[in-house]
Design a binder for this molecule. Sequence first.
Ligand code: UD1
Length: 418
Amino acid sequence: MKSLVIEGGNPLSGTVSISGAKNAALPACVASLLTEDPVILHSIPQLRDVSTILYTLGALGKRVVRHDANVSIAAGGSLISEANAYSVSQMRASFLVLGPLVARLGKAVVPLPGGCAIGARPVDLHLEGLRALGARVEERNGMVVVTADRLTGGTIHLPFPSVGATEQIAMAACLAEGQTVIHNAAIEPEVIDLIELLGKMGADISVTDRTIRVMGKRSLGGAEHMLIPDRMEAGTILLAGAITRGRVSVSPVRPQHLDAFLNSLRATGVELELGEMSITATGITRPTAIKLDTAPYPGFPTDLHPPLAAFLSIADGTSKITESVFERRFAYSVPLCKMGARIVQDGATISIQGIDELTGQQVDAPDIRGGAALVLAGLAARGRTVVTGLDHIDRGHANLESKLRAIGARIERREDDS
Ligand code: UD1
């Protein structure tokens, strides 16, 4: 069994280079389906989820050439309308191919998605959005079949600003006839990065507050684009520094993308220095307990809730986190409690009663961000922590252990857990 073996208690110190954002890379790769011309992306993170989406695109007929952090996605043979069942079952973001495929080919067949077990995660908003663009949507034996002669612009009011649904509808609308307006759209930096890429590809697309307007075009062209830095990776590494009472810098990062997170970190007493493209966090003897709610951007990001909870488990006082985005984000709390944390869940809120010190244990990562939380806990704990379930961690964190080792963490990857 693969595991990360961590000897805790070492303050981390140094600078970590932040990879391109996973959640920007996945839709950007999918956007290549909207054109025959090459889409060239830079700062692609070395992650399993990225390999999965590139494999999906290859199976759909795209020619994918990847060199380190750069990828070119161009026309291969002819595009096919049916997505590979295995890759969509592995990762929810593969479902994004639905809109671009139906926009290009008039038909798309995509299995219902898989991904992290952090909640029900339905796709009703994606499908409602495509229906509003005139598509016929049917479900047959676990497959979603969407057809349309040509999509037509429509007005959509999302009941919740879903990131995936916003990206799905915005991409499809780029090739629809006429204007599409998406109200209450997600405006996460990764969504805005996708919109910037679509603009470079020739789309007529704009965002004002939470409204996205797209004037459809017959075709889009190729583009070259540098992805934004991963704000979730940056936040996780800053917390690794803070939980070990070290001093860690991350770069490149856009501090404004992490405003809500940085405000919470400051409230715990962590000292922050912000540069134009860097952040330095200096840990303190004991963080102060805080209260926060996760929320769509610009609120506190749900993906940083588990790593922050690990940090708050050693705070002075009782912290409360209310999770407003995903109902099953709390799976990390069971293994964290095994390490000594005192966490009580009441509906969508957890109370974390801070303790002096966590204790090393063998724990299993429940999902991508929950896995990161356990690694952070291990860095701070007394003794040895063994984290299994690395498949989850590897989906979303590029070279996590080598980045942590470079700033002083005693962390090793092993093929067995002896
Ligand atoms: C994306 C991110 C993920 C992040 C999340 C919220 C990617 C690849 N993943 O996921 O890391 O945690 O945004 O910031 O970008 N919902 C519905 N119906 C739908 C779609 C969503 O009810 O059709 C619900 C979901 O169950 C969830 C909430 O809306 O409770 C948010 O989901 P959404 O914003 O769509 O997240 P993802 O795009 O899946």
